[in-house]
Unconditional design. Sequence first.
Length: 170
Amino acid sequence: MIITERLGLLPLEHEHLLLYKNNPAELAKRLNLNYEPSQNDPATEVDLKEAIEFWISNTATHRAHFEWFTNWQIISLEKNIVIGGIGFAGLPDVEGKTMVGYGLDVRYHGKGFASEALQALCKWGFSHPMLLAIVADTPAQHMASQKVLIKNGFSETSRNHELIHWQKMR
């Protein structure tokens, strides 16, 4: 687990992800966390469902490096509850890049938690010499997510009418 001032980041192993998908209350119990049903942003529900399938499939295949393929639970240390998730889209590629994604329960938006979690995960990722750059995409209209990336030293690399592409170098 990664610990920050206010957060714990806990990477979920394959078996945990099955509970995450099917029985989040039981997952919280097994992780010794208080359970509070999450209130996800409806605009990201489809992306979250796709991510869950990615995590389950890839953590089964890449057990030795599951941290690169999973959801890291963002835990409020004060409340001992999950307030969101963050993670990479796999091991760095041949260019030393991987993608990051994150999301918070809507009740915890605007409090700096996403920025704090991203800073911690970037530090963890860059502690591995094979990682040279982290990339991210944000919807063009999602200003809050763009601010999180800018606060963490990401630079815009390109955009189209739907997405802005970002990168942070080692």
